[in-house]
Ligand binder design. Structure first.
Ligand code: RP5
Ligand code: MG
Ligand code: MG
Length: 279
């Protein structure tokens, strides 16, 4: 696989911290590199000991490479190494040690719901791309508040939570703003959402995410699942409203030229191939 790129972004997100520069050929831990001198950084929001974060290593020794109480510390990449009590990023050097903005040492598990429909004209006919001659998919995209980049409305798997629930919960919170809907109106909307998410989604990807928040000791992993509204009459009719960590939400044409957060573009490429859609 190609070496991670966003995990080496010069400036660490939400900070003025500059990562130690790691050239492509030094990403892999197997490359001996005595000059490697990464910056140590853990964001104050993590050091403040919120419920979603681990304590610092020393006072705390989590059980790595296993399900540790309710926290899943296994990696989709197989067994990761522990060095001086700290887990090593299975995709190599990032130029930063510590946890940065991530709460967990080692893998931080997320889920990404990719909700799609066909792009149609006023009469309901599919629209084909002029170059590829393939029908165009649209997906529900959110603009992240933290960095302003467009992304899939994904989020972290809570301890002990089923991934199927995370997918539905994060989509509801970020793209439908259900946290702000009065309980009296919630039932109608929940019915539609339940229906879409009960249909077996297509598992698009499961593994490491090249996320700008990754460090040498903490990284993102995800399960990305596609829920497709083929007839365009289930979720397509729901009023989108940005909520929680989403600043905006809208249906976006699936196309290789649209830039997305982390490795989300790769997930959409896989969806478009599966659905024989334009990319
Ligand atoms: C990405 O971060 C994942 O693919 C997922 O979309 C997201 C989860 O983090 P938050 O949205 O909770 O910040 O790596
Ligand atoms: Mg969220
Ligand atoms: Mg999110």
């Amino acid at each position: 696989a190609a070496p991670h790129v966003k995990s080496r972004c010069l400036e660490y997100p939400g900070s003025k911290i500059q990562r130690f520069l790691v050239p492509d050929d030094k990403v892999d831990w197997s490359q001996n590199w005595p000059q490697y001198n990464p910056v140590s950084y853990t964001d104050p929001s993590v050091l403040n000991k919120p419920a979603w974060a681990d304590p610092d290593i020393g006072s705390f020794s989590p059980k790595f490479n296993t399900v540790d109480g309710a926290v899943d510390r296994t990696s989709f990449d197989g067994s990761y190494k522990i060095e001086e009590g700290k887990p090593l990023n299975p995709h190599g050097r990032t130029g930063v040690t510590g946890r940065g903005l991530l709460g967990r040492w080692g893998p931080n598990h997320a889920a990404d719901p990719i909700v799609t429909r066909w792009k149609v004209d006023a009469t309901g006919e599919k629209i084909y791309h002029s170059v590829s001659k393939l029908p165009i998919l649209q997906f529900v995209s959110i603009k992240r508040k933290d960095c302003g980049e467009w992304a899939i409305p994904g989020g972290m798997v809570d301890p002990g939570e089923q991934v199927s629930l995370t997918l539905q919960r994060e989509f509801s919170e970020e793209a439908l703003n259900t946290l702000a809907i009065p309980p009296s109106e919630r039932a109608k909307i929940s019915e539609r959402i339940n229906k879409l998410f009960k249909s077996t989604g297509f598992q698009v990807y499961k593994g490491y995410v090249d996320d700008p928040r990754n460090t040498d000791n903490a990284w993102m992993e995800t399960v990305a699942v596609n829920f497709h509204d083929d007839s365009g009459n289930s979720v397509s009719e729901l009023p989108l409203q940005a909520g929680d960590d989403a600043g905006q939400v809208q249906w976006v044409d699936v196309d290789s030229s649209f830039l997305l957060y982390a490795s989300h573009s790769h997930f959409l490429e896989l969806v478009s191939k599966e659905r024989k859609a334009h990319w």
